[in-house]
Design a protein around this ligand. Sequence first.
Ligand code: ZN
Ligand code: ZN
Length: 272
Amino acid sequence: MLLKLYGTRGSVAVCNKETRKHGGNTTCIFIEARSGDMIIVDAGTGIRELGKDLTARGKHKLNLIFSHYHWDHIQGFPFFTPIFLKATELSIFGPPDEVSAEKALSYQMTMPYFPTGMSNLPSKITFKNLKKKLSIGSIDIDTIVNNHPNHTRGFRFTEGNKSFVFLTDNEVHAQDGKTPYDEFVSFIRGADLLIHDAQYTDEIYKKRLGWGHSTYNQVAALAHDAGVKELMITHHDHSSTDKFIEKNIKEVRKKYSKHKIEAAADGKTRRF
Ligand SMILES: [Zn+2]
Ligand SMILES: [Zn+2]
């Protein structure tokens, strides 16, 4: 499978020269299965660029999975070109636990927030409840409940003997969290790559307890405990400059020198 990152910023999109290297678009990742199936996770502002790429390639049968419906994970949806094309067949999978994906997406496309409503779109959109496990083409997907305000899911994507885990918007050591630390360790164990939210440093985290995000050191320890060699840190805080992110990565690499640790960036790809 091919993985490409289209949005790695947390909370709100940013655009300035200090954040250009790691990118300013909010969460969106794209996975292309060996079977040819197209899977998108989250519709942060990064999905706009992905929409252009898919349209240019003539790809019209698409699957979009939502981790949750906070702004930074849905806001790019009204700017996703394929939804305005008649040829598009889009299956949307969202956690139904608090609100359906259909409701969450419709709200943001309602007057006065957006001029065109969901019901006027020419594409064929089918909404499906996100189950604990599902398969799309050659990829099996397992989900876990993250520790985050509002119901949020993390994902493990497996194709053959290769797998990667995408856990964004997750506070691994949340007090009164929905999922205990050990369950995350088991969920991740043996994966080829862990992509995890580390919006904060340990210092900043002290003032952000319960906000649903983790630190560089916490997620490096998680990768270590789960025996995952490669870690990619994502959901960069909107106030984190490229320089600040790289300084934090450098420090965490010193402590976990046997692991390959890097910061996620828009446009980064990985083939499994
Ligand atoms: Zn987020
Ligand atoms: Zn969130």
